[in-house]
Write a protein that binds this ligand. Sequence first.
Ligand SMILES: [Fe+2]
Ligand SMILES: [Fe+2]
Ligand SMILES: [Fe+2]
Ligand SMILES: [Fe+2]
Length: 415
Amino acid sequence: MIELPNEDLYEVIIRSLNRVNDLLVGHGERVAYSVMRLLEQDGRFSEEEISKIVWTVLFHDIGNFRKTDTWNLVQLENDQDYSHAIYGFLFLKTFFPFSQYATIVRYHHSTDAEIENACIEQKLKWVVKCLRIVDASDLYFVNNGRKDIDKAYTYFQNLSRRLFPAGLPIGSTDFSVMCDMDTIHYRLLERIKRQVLSSGEKEALLRTLVCSMDFRSHYTALHCSMMVRASDMLADCFELEPKVKNEIHIGAILHDLGKIAIPIEILESPGKLDGRLWEIMKSHVMITEDILKGCVSDEILQIAIRHHETLDGSGYPRGISGEELTLPQRIVAVGDIVSALSEERSYKQAFPLHEVMNILGQMCHAGKICPRVMKMLEDHSDSIYHAVLEEGLRTAEAFEQIYAKYYEFTQSSMQ
Ligand SMILES: [Fe+2]
Ligand SMILES: [Fe+2]
Ligand SMILES: [Fe+2]
Ligand SMILES: [Fe+2]
């Protein structure tokens, strides 16, 4: 159950997306806003359809997260490397709650002819064209240092004339607002606040975000889903109130959100990270805190950002000691380790159950993890370990299917 208000969910997602690349901060929102305005003026789309398309457009460049070098997205767009549109489409088809709109992401860099010949209903084709025009215009604007709005508008008009030879079926978008991020943010938020989102849709939106960064590498692909499963199962073993279990569940989903800003080379490092790189790696917790602050309850925030703290105070980022760590925080910290040990990583193999328990036992003995949680884990080790592995297998299957289809698509388009 995700009981986050829409506006807080929106804020968490936007803050996270904006962490990927400094140059493209606001790109998703600017494009989503302009597409929203075009759809509103067109009149054929219901409120619900517009809101779902807005979410889709906010995620339209999610396929870029897959790239090794997330710092050069703008360059990638310029290099005509549009494979991210295919990957983003396949990814959203799998995870996104509004997967019926994933098609618009697939074509957002396609040629005029490809869009024209695409087998999609006319209404969606119209959305694809709008997205194509607005996206390209914003990138043009970004690439010119976001200085010359008139030039960007001329670019927008020329592209519109090309894709809609009979004239853009609506007046125009209020292009000058592209410089005013506060207004864009406010207006998008107004729409999202009105949208009726089920708890399942909210969870799927968060999972889309979290999986997009986990799926950057097969070493990290399974982490969040396995970690959430381990934490949920441990929480079930204790007689906790549903509210607390729910906080554990959301805190676990969000715990590594800050990794969105950590370069994949660091996440995939085959050896022990040296001083500077280790500091960058550790910074994911503070980034998670920045993203979540003010958007989730303090209980959820603390669960998410204390997963690397240890009872003896030797953890990070704050070195908080045992008395300050609550049971839910201790559960999630153990859930994180169970998951990490049960996964294959760039620097290690997946460990069998007895080895997982051995390592955790040593950590408990050294005063790092909670003996109560450890005891509960020992009592249920078999069922928890196998459920966690099963969860990992399900996620691995989704990962493999997306990549297999991706290679199929990109190979056939190269022939
Ligand atoms: Fe793109
Ligand atoms: Fe884009
Ligand atoms: Fe972490
Ligand atoms: Fe983690």
